[in-house]
Design a protein around this ligand. Structure first.
Ligand SMILES: *[C@@H]1O[C@H](CO)[C@@H](O)[C@H](O)[C@H]1NC(C)=O
Ligand SMILES: *[C@@H]1O[C@H](CO)[C@@H](O)[C@H](O)[C@H]1NC(C)=O
Ligand SMILES: *[C@@H]1O[C@H](CO)[C@@H](O)[C@H](O)[C@H]1NC(C)=O
Length: 510
């Protein structure tokens, strides 16, 4: 099939010269000679192509793949090299004992930003316990002392058959990361998790969430955007790449067989996640929306969003370098380190929100474990406290309630805003059944409230809130329920609270 235009052209030329020769009367032998020559040339062209495909056309990389750039020192690679047999097929029910070892992370990155972004990956990557790769468009130095995933170089998509027609090569490259990782044939892989380099993961919770699903079936798991405009532009049925996309082994295997052909149908798409979504649509697989995956398409102060986490295990947080620092008193990266420490010490209850009240004084408390305690100067029922206060803007920089794919409440005037206590310390309780988190009072908002004579939560009495919270049992994720909270004492300006399972008959009211 290759070079048909060249052959047709030469044939056409020959046949027109043939017609001219036809007019030359009495030159039959010359004509026969020319015919012979043309046939011989034709045979030569056709059969020489078929007989000796010694050098594959470098422009025809379709169906081929290059062995990616490997760091020979990567111990995992040495243990599970490309020639080890793949566990195939998985049997039904192989989700029963899912472990971190069964997940391979495919981190999408670019050579230019990787030197900065790797600091974010370091916050959650645990070398030796996790397997995965960072996919770049060109080689980058891998320093084993940094304990990061190994760097791999993606195939050059410009050289794929459809590549030259595509303008957004990065999107095509990243949408193929799962496919390229699949082809490495690593053993015991049940899930491929596509991640961005500016995302933090709770991998413990990821294991919990994925263990609900059977990797021998087709599963496409992730989250939508918080901004309606983004969902409208892409799709409400798409797993946004930044929040992480979990693809079951079976679905990845199906993608490998069709994705390159599928991508040819969508030259106009821009992103990698919408290209992947387009192909998964061709396989007829819907999105399973898990509430712990956070694309985090917001700008500004993340307090309202992170302080109202849904009752589901926290899995991921994207755009950590776009939003304001998570703790206003700390530099952005220091804040992320503290947040990650809390996340790793007690992943189950991390960011889980519980409510308690001081009815006499008219205060409502919202505790978000590992992040913040908010003290509202009025009695608010759970139905209201669980809504996100709009402390942030949507991705399009608008902040009306209709911009968000979330339940929200507008932050009213300063007097209705909460007093804030941000995490400043965390330790495991003796015996390890509970964790103690300390939250210290944020002065800025106090000053402003004092200035306007707002309903005052006395600073002279409380400057620290100490929360003792039970670790959540592993099975909590299957039937999640909000924990109950109570105020247990006040001494030396430390207000003590307890968070744990609700007692039979207990309801969350003032
Ligand atoms: C592998 O390790 C050896 C010895 O530790 C070192 O000299 C070499 O540069 C390393 N290679 C790579 C690609 O990191
Ligand atoms: C899961 O682990 C338990 C305990 O180790 C074992 O009894 C059970 O057979 C395992 N299930 C599967 C499907 O491997
Ligand atoms: C929490 O606060 C209490 C009281 O101020 C203090 O004794 C304790 O050491 C703090 N713990 C942590 C982990 O910061």
């Amino acid at each position: 099939m290759l070079g048909p235009r060249g052959q047709a052209g030469s044939l056409h030329l020959s046949s027109s010269s043939l017609r001219r020769k036809w007019k030359w009367k009495g030159k039959g032998s010359a004509l026969a000679f020319v015919l012979l020559l043309v046939s011989a040339a034709w045979l030569l062209v056709v059969f020489s192509r078929n007989c000796c495909p010694a050098h594959p056309d470098p422009d025809d990389m379709y169906g081929w793949y290059r062995v990616p750039h490997l760091n020979p020192n990567f111990s995992d690679w040495q243990r599970h090299g490309p020639n080890r047999p793949t566990l195939l097929p998985l049997t039904a029910g192989s989700n029963a004992n899912l472990s971190l070892h069964n997940i391979v992370f495919c981190v999408a990155a670019s050579a230019k930003l990787w030197p900065m972004r790797k600091e974010i990956v370091k916050l959650w990557w645990r070398e030796g316990q996790m397997r995965g790769f960072v996919w770049l468009e060109e080689p980058a130095r891998h320093d084993p002392a940094e304990h990061l995933p190994m760097v791999m170089v993606s195939e050059d998509v410009a050289r794929l058959r459809y590549g030259r027609a595509m303008t957004h090569h990065t999107g095509v490259r990243i949408s193929r990361i799962v496919l390229e990782t699949f082809r490495l044939n690593m053993p015991d892989v049940h899930w491929f998790v596509l991640a961005d380099d500016d995302t933090i993961f709770s991998t413990d919770n990821l294991v919990r969430v994925l263990s609900k699903y059977d990797p021998s079936q087709f599963h496409y798991i992730g989250g939508s955007s918080e901004s309606h405009q983004q969902n409208l532009a892409f799709s409400y049925g798409m797993a946004f790449g930044g929040g992480g996309v979990a693809i079951s082994y079976a679905l990845a295997a199906a993608l490998v067989g069709m994705q390159d052909e599928c991508l040819e149908h969508y030259p106009e798409l821009h992103g990698s996640d919408d290209r992947l979504h387009a192909c998964i649509c061709e396989l007829g697989v819907p999105l399973t929306r898990e509430l712990g995956f956070h694309q985090c398409d917001i700008r500004g102060n993340p307090l309202g969003l992170l302080g109202s986490h849904p009752i589901a295990p926290f899995v991921s947080l994207h755009h950590v370098d776009v939003m304001d620092p998570v703790f206003p008193g700390l530099a952005a990266h220091k804040g992320l380190q503290l947040l990650s420490k809390a996340m790793q010490m007690e992943p189950g209850s991390f960011l889980q929100q519980s409510f308690c009240y001081n009815q006499k004084q008219g205060f409502s408390f919202s505790v978000s474990i590992g992040y913040v305690v908010q003290v509202f100067p009025e009695i608010l029922y759970p139905q209201n406290l669980q809504r996100a206060q709009v402390t942030f803007q949507a991705w399009n920089r608008k902040a009306g309630r209709r911009e968000f794919d979330l339940d929200t409440r507008l932050s009213k005037s300063i007097c209705w805003q909460p007093y804030l206590f941000y995490l400043d310390g965390i330790e495991a309780k003796k015996g390890d059944s509970a964790v103690i988190t300390n939250y210290s009072r944020y002065g800025d908002i106090d000053e402003r409230k004092k200035f306007w004579w707002c309903h005052y939560f006395p600073r002279e009495k409380v400057i620290t809130i100490r929360v003792t919270s039970q670790r959540l049992p592993w099975s909590w994720y299957q039937v999640p329920r909000r924990q109950c909270c109570s105020v247990t004492g006040l001494k030396d300006k430390v207000l003590d609270m307890k968070v744990g399972p609700c007692q039979p008959g207990e309801v969350i009211v003032p």
